[in-house]
Design a protein around this ligand. Sequence first.
Ligand code: PHE
Length: 349
Amino acid sequence: MDLQTQLRQVSQTTLPQIQQTNDLKQLNQIRVSVLGKKGSITAILRGMRDLDPQERPQVGSLANKVRDEITAAIEHQRMVIEQQAMNAALAAEKIDVTLPARPLKRGVPHVINQILDDLEDLFIGMGYQVVDGYEVEDERHNFEMLNIPKNHPARDMQDTFYVKDDILLRTHMSPDEARELEAHDFSKGPLKMISPGRVYRRDTDDATHSHQFFQMEGQVIDKNITMADLKGTLEYAIHHIFGTDRQIRFRPSYFPFTEPSVEVDISCFNCDGKGCPVCKYSGWIEVLGAGMTHPNVLQAAGVDTDVYGGFAFGLGIDRFAMLKYGITDIRDFYLNDVRFLHQFKGGII
Ligand code: PHE
């Protein structure tokens, strides 16, 4: 058989083989058996030595053609096989991007902050300024300027943590009132302020006591301020927090920094004043302390008591939150258990 026939035969048998294989190893074997050192085409080319010189170009160009055809077919098939493998892998490793993502848990403001923010908004609306004082205070502002001199028995109720002899963790928000009284320029108008913040006392923690809690105090000092102004203001705030059905009453009380002093009660929201366990069968619930600012407090801050006077009040934010939401243990506010905190979604959803 002459070389050209041999070449055609190789081409005819090899090309279908290449197309039929779908295995890279097998494809490589075909390549070696045809184009390799000991391959059929290589052998044919070697045979060209024995040809007549006139025949060589023809055979040579056919050999090149066949070799190129086979090389191209192998290359093509290799791509086909690789593409198949890729498609199979893609199908097998498919990721379902339509799977819903895990929902993001959205936080809520702490219930104490919700009440604070709410009250701040209310008082800002009435023209009050919000004051931010110091958690670490001096005795002068926490006690002395508030008409609680050294050795006064009222200090017992507000024993606290001392940082130094005369530096302590504030026991109420009243020191802010003393500071504002000292700083205020009454020629520019009345003083109307609230001061919300964290206070400390040397209390044993139980369901209704905590060594730290939140208070908001307020103070209005101007000419001709009366107890009616105090009552109207507190009624407005209480209606805002506890609803307009609540009645309020003033009961005489004692605070060193106010005279007269009152405890403020609201009619029980549970029984509407009939008497139940929530109000201890009295029909009333005590919610805050207040009074007309004591002249000694004004004078200690250099305010002319012949011209100016006013009122002050102090309420416990924790107590408000407990009453509003029926919370029975004050410690829940400070344990940071999200199951507890998430119940108070407030205005935000
Ligand atoms: N400072 C008082 C307290 O912490 C609360 C209060 C403030 C009472 C203002 C009357 C007037 O107990």
